[in-house]
Design a protein around this ligand. Structure first.
Ligand code: ARG
Length: 552
């Protein structure tokens, strides 16, 4: 907000040359505050102003007027602005206290569909799906905070040739009881077993194809089996979603679009996009492999169902954009989808939001190689470790187990989201629980410190805040929160928020180390500041899908 205020005042004198938004873009925050709180470089503006940078800077300095700025100086072609810290501080506190703090109108009027999480039934929830879940959930919240209307959809992988395989495998080797006892593990083992057997006996693949064909045509027994696979998988997934505290507006898996497939193919035909190719139907695309729409045996494919889903979403949710939070290994698939959309004259933007991998000691971390390691077991490990860590730190803490569970989930999420999403990262339990790292634990610990001071000394939110120089770095940081929200939305990057909240915690801890709060002069203002910091931490963490602890 501070930056905006300065930009507004600058706009008054630069109206003829620059738009307000352009000014906002140009303004920088000097790393060293000897050079002011904000500065305005003039080098790139010579042409526009028909003057040398020095002259531009001098002219700005002369003309500039602002109640907030105590000193304006020109150094090397920069105009540097020094904010009145008392006045600025009180104004910032005022804004932070408002209901509207931490909400922007940046995406007002936009309707977005967020396709995220989307695990495959009858298979373990993979680490890739974990990342898609955490990222998609946080992004939905960030976009909503910027006033977009977001519809979150879980595009469950519940259709496709693999169910032909599973049906064959279950019919040959499966046992009802075993599946009921441990559905995902058992179904996945059947599936794996199918692959081993099919290597020796390729006719199994034909059987599977036939089974899937029948399933697509509504074969009664097969449909019942499939429904059962789906139901038991959903029970397991729901448990995970509850633990992760993630929900969807709709769970519309691939099978949901079965009833739309024939009309989708007809539309593609009408538009003359389909090409007959050796018994199958394809769409030729630009610079990437063609999209296979219909197999020789008439079966639909992943992309067919995605085209149908896209058309459905365009119509049903009047989406301006459909965002797909899916690993980068599927980038060609989404390029195909977006080219098909263009050929169909769809106005909705198709945007793939890719991300890197979760690694273990530098290698891709898999929940499925060899014996099945399930995500719920991984979460359990983190929670056990978290319990140890907090017990060591605070043996007297109440409801430790419950707290450890929450801390574990927060730690896993933060450890993921703090990375630029394209980067792969190592899933390191020790690291994610460190009190002195870039972790949710550090944030939780900082917030608990603040809360313990506030609990003992609450004054209520009164007016009459008196700003002090030592508070300035914190206030200035908090004044940039809106810009951070916009940046996080523009880059689809929760890491921007993680960095913001980490820095806020660091600034608080430095401030807190500088001297007494309770019993000092200006105690009330200090408590007010603490209250706002804690509130800001919690709101920012909420956008990451993390519940902040008040004591730990
Ligand atoms: N189920 C797919 C997979 O695990 C991801 C689906 C992503 N969403 C989509 N609309 N294709 O690979």
């Amino acid at each position: 907000m501070l930056k905006k205020w300065v930009a507004e005042d600058m706009h008054k004198i630069l109206k003829e040359y620059l738009k307000y938004e352009e000014i906002l873009e140009i303004i920088e925050i000097p790393a060293n505050d000897n050079f002011g709180d904000f500065s305005f470089p003039t080098f790139t503006l010579s042409k526009l102003f028909r003057k040398s940078p020095e002259d531009i800077a001098e002219n700005i300095k002369e003309g500039f007027q602002s109640e907030l700025v105590v000193k304006t100086e020109v150094i090397n072609g920069f105009v540097n602005f020094h904010i009145d810290r008392q006045k600025g501080g009180s104004l910032i506190m005022n804004e932070i206290g408002r209901e509207s703090y931490g909400k922007t109108k940046h995406l007002q009027g936009q309707k977005l569909v967020m396709d995220f999480s989307s695990p495959n039934i009858a298979k373990p929830f993979s680490m890739g799906h974990l990342r898609a879940t955490i990222l998609g959930d946080s992004l939905s919240k960030i976009l909503e905070q910027n006033s977009a209307k977001v519809t979150g959809i879980n595009h469950l992988g519940d259709w496709g040739t693999q169910f032909g395989k599973l049906i064959v495998a279950y019919t040959k080797w499966g046992e009802k009881k075993a599946v009921e006892a441990d559905p995902i593990k058992e179904l996945f083992q059947l599936y794996t077993h199918f692959h081993i057997e099919a290597e020796k006996n390729p006719s199994l693949d034909d059987e599977a194809r036939e089974a899937f064909s029948k399933l697509e045509l509504g074969h009664k027994e097969y449909t019942e089996l499939w429904q059962w696979f789906r139901d038991v998988s959903m029970v397991a997934f729901e448990l995970l979603y509850n633990q992760l505290n993630v929900s969807f507006d709709h769970i519309q898996g691939e099978s949901f679009y079965n009833k739309h497939l024939s009309q989708t193919v007809e539309l593609l035909e009408e538009k003359n996009l389909l090409e007959y190719d050796d018994g199958a139907y394809i769409i030729r695309l630009n610079g990437i492999p063609p999209a296979l729409i219909k197999k020789r045996d008439g079966a639909s494919l992943y992309i067919t169902r995605d085209v149908a889903a896209m058309l459905y979403r365009v119509e049903k949710y009047e989406a301006d954009k459909i965002l797909y939070v899916v690993g980068q290994e599927q980038s060609i698939h989404f390029e195909q989808l977006s080219q098909v959309a263009e050929m169909l004259d769809v106005k909705t933007e198709i945007e793939h939001i890719p991300f890197g991998m979760i690694l273990k000691n530098g290698k891709k971390m898999s929940t499925r190689k060899g014996e099945v390691v399930l995500l719920e077991d991984i979460i359990k490990d983190v929670a056990e470790r978290a319990l140890q860590v907090i017990s060591d730190k605070n043996p007297k803490l109440k409801d430790k187990e419950l707290a450890a569970g929450k801390i574990a989930i927060g730690a896993i999420k933060f450890h993921d989201l703090k990375n630029d999403r394209m980067n792969s990262y190592d899933f390191n339990i020790e690291d994610m629980l460190k009190f002195d790292g870039e972790t949710a634990t550090y944030v939780n610990y900082t917030n608990s410190r603040i809360q313990s001071i506030l609990r003992k000394n609450m004054t209520g939110t009164e007016s009459g805040f008196v700003s002090e120089d030592s508070m300035w770095p914190i206030l200035k940081h908090m004044s940039s929160y809106e810009e951070v929200l916009v940046e996080a939305a523009n880059r689809y990057s929760p890491s921007v928020i993680c960095k913001y909240v980490m820095q806020l915690c660091r600034l608080f801890n430095t401030y807190y180390g500088q001297g007494r709060i309770i019993g000092s002069s200006n105690e009330k203002s200090k408590l007010m500041l603490l209250q706002m910091i804690s509130r800001n931490i919690k709101e920012a963490m909420k956008l990451l899908g993390i519940e902040t602890m008040d004591s730990m």
